[in-house]
Design a protein around this ligand. Structure first.
Ligand code: FPP
Length: 237
């Protein structure tokens, strides 16, 4: 009998290439983002089918605030609309929806919709879908450092006793397992200030496909590739 395939618990995706996908078709960049939402849906469904428990998506980085205002507005509206539209599907597939990042930079309307979606899907237990919004890895480590510094209040004994798990528990991802697999689309091979701490032992797959072209088949191919990887965590087997 064939050995059971190793399924990653947490898959994380850096969705890249929407702008190029649109440009190749002579369209505005936002057209690529619209089409990218279809890939989000496909990968969410594929995760449920495969038994992946956490799917996280780098939807908007802290650096993305530097894009033209029109594109930022269009992206925020798209997040809002997609989130609301997907509610029924989330409930049907028992998907818990979570947004992580520097939420103080998001609009009140968007934050209210996020809170509502998070509360209403909180007890769903098949898949946790995490959207990293206004997120960067360095920001996450900085906010954890600030919180830890406050808690330690200069107490040398507490500072001395600090452990890796103290950093884990102060990152916005506290309680979420580190990603086993990080996929980046569009052929770029870099981490771009994403899960710097949490990705310490992640496997990486760089796909040449632009995000709007990354659908179920590509996702399942990535899971197959992951199953073949030999994860040693710096040790010898
Ligand atoms: C990267 O392509 C894509 C983004 C920065 C935005 C991704 C967001 C979505 C697909 C919408 C997600 C919505 C939901 C509800 C999850 P790029 O613009 O950097 O493309 P380029 O590198 O070709 O310019």
């Amino acid at each position: 009998m064939e050995a059971e395939k190793r399924i990653p618990t947490h898959v994380s995706i850096i969705m890249d290439g929407n702008g190029r996908w649109a440009r190749e078709r002579g369209r505005e960049r936002v057209f690529g983002h619209f089409e990218g939402v279809e890939s989000v849906r496909a990968c969410t469904e594929a995760s449920v089918e495969a038994g992946v428990r956490y799917l996280s998506l780098f939807a908007f980085s802290e650096e993305n605030w530097g894009r033209p205002g029109e594109e930022v507005d269009a992206l925020m509206k798209l997040m809002f609309k997609s989130m609301v539209n997907e509610f029924e599907t989330f409930m049907k597939n028992r998907v818990r929806f979570v947004v992580l990042g520097n939420r103080s930079r998001l609009s009140e309307t968007l934050n209210a919709a996020i809170d509502d979606m998070m509360a209403r899907t909180a007890s769903n237990d098949q898949l946790t879908l995490i959207l990293f919004l206004s997120y960067s890895g360095k920001w996450d480590i900085l906010q954890a450092a600030r919180a830890i510094a406050l808690e330690c209040a200069g107490d040398p004994e507490r500072i001395d006793a600090l452990d890796f798990s103290d950093i884990d528990s102060h990152l916005v991802t506290a309680g979420i397992p580190d990603p086993d697999l990080i996929i980046r689309t569009s052929g770029e091979q870099r981490l771009s200030n994403y899960l710097l701490w949490q990705g310490a032992y992640s496997e990486f797959i760089f796909s040449p496909l632009l995000w709007p072209d990354f659908r179920k088949e590509a996702y399942f191919d990535a899971l197959d590739e992951f199953a073949k990887r030999d994860r040693r965590y710096g040790k010898v087997k």
